[in-house]
Design a protein around this ligand. Structure first.
Ligand code: 13P
Ligand code: SF4
Length: 303
């Protein structure tokens, strides 16, 4: 892979500042190319928790950069573009969560990592799409509050029939745009293709798919599968990594599957982040202290 001048400049600045660049699987192709690690929310949290670098440049949405700061309060965590915010994470606020907890006294709160630091601070254990089922299964409680993604909560409910999951009306605007009709159309054109989707998709899309996985799970499965063709129901930038890591296989993306928030971060933003040490994630010490507990439990649970 040949890097352009701006990418080379970023790699030089990264060395100079003792920085690591963590990039989510939905980042623009050119940002993926300069990332030290690419991954899903779980994998990036693990990388953030064990890096030795002084500075973490987080190319992903707000809650991911906040999680990196919570796990590493002593490090400088830079979020290159403050417009890269996850709308789903903004769908649950501390006041409403407090009211829900009062309605269901004693029920533990499982928060999807797509939440604010303040909500994490009120949470018993966080999860990602890679370990949501495992985490809910591991809890002894029969009633569990699950925020904010209804679709992920409904997906988890399929595997824990003996528990009552109290859902929250949050959703991902990108994944609810992925329709069964669009996937059926692709399957008609490519009948031999395996359909892989993200659990943030609606239940009818998950029913239609062969498998639902986290973004990293989709990549691992596509590499290992004997199938040669795949229909992908998640953000279409995933196809860069899929094509690179599974050469010889063919990938078709569901239409209208772009997350505009993830795409806010450009190479210029990453360069400026390193040049100007911007935009630093700052969180109150007490929030960091409380939010770290459920995040560390999430990491300890594994995938
Ligand atoms: P993953 O943890 O599967 O990468 O998902 C993050 C996300 O924001 C999906 O929309
Ligand atoms: Fe948030 Fe959805 Fe974008 Fe993921 S794809 S960052 S859940 S808006």
């Amino acid at each position: 892979m040949t890097l352009n001048a701006l990418q080379v400049r970023i790699l030089d600045l990264k060395k100079e500042k003792d920085a690591i660049i963590l990039g989510h699987n939905y980042q623009r192709k050119e940002v993926q190319e300069i990332s030290d690690f690419l991954g899903d929310s779980y994998g990036l949290s693990v990388q953030a928790s064990k890096t030795k670098a002084k500075v973490i440049v987080f190319c992903g949405v707000d809650f991911m950069a906040e999680s990196a700061k919570i796990l590493n309060p002593e490090k400088t965590v830079l979020h290159p573009n403050l417009k890269a915010k996850c709308p789903m994470a903004a769908m649950v606020d501390p006041e409403s969560l407090r009211a829900l907890k009062e309605e269901h006294p004693g029920a533990p709160v499982v928060s999807y990592v797509n939440t604010s630091a303040e909500v994490k601070a009120m949470t018993d254990i966080c999860c990602t799409s890679a370990n949501a089922v495992k985490i809910v299964q591991s809890l002894p409680d029969k009633k569990i509050i699950f925020v904010p993604d209804t679709n992920l909560g409904l997906y988890v409910q399929r595997f824990v029939k003996d528990k009552e999951i109290i859902l929250w009306p949050g959703y991902c605007p990108t994944h609810v745009n992925i329709t069964k009709k669009d996937l059926e159309e692709l399957k008609r054109k490519h009948p031999g293709a395996e359909v892989l989707v993200h659990p943030e998709c609606s239940p009818d899309v998950i029913d239609f798919a062969d498998h639902a996985f986290s973004t990293e799970g989709i990549i691992k499965h596509a590499i290992a599968s004997p199938k040669k063709e795949f229909i992908i129901g998640t953000e279409e930038n995933m196809l860069h990594r899929l094509r690179k890591e599974a050469p010889g296989k063919v990938f078709y993306s569901s239409p209208n599957a772009a997350c505009p928030n993830m795409r806010e971060i450009t190479l210029e933003d990453v360069r400026d982040a390193l040049l100007k040490m911007q935009f630093k994630i700052e969180l109150p010490a007490d929030i960091i202290k409380r939010a770290k507990v459920p995040l560390e439990r999430m990491i300890a649970a594994g995938r």
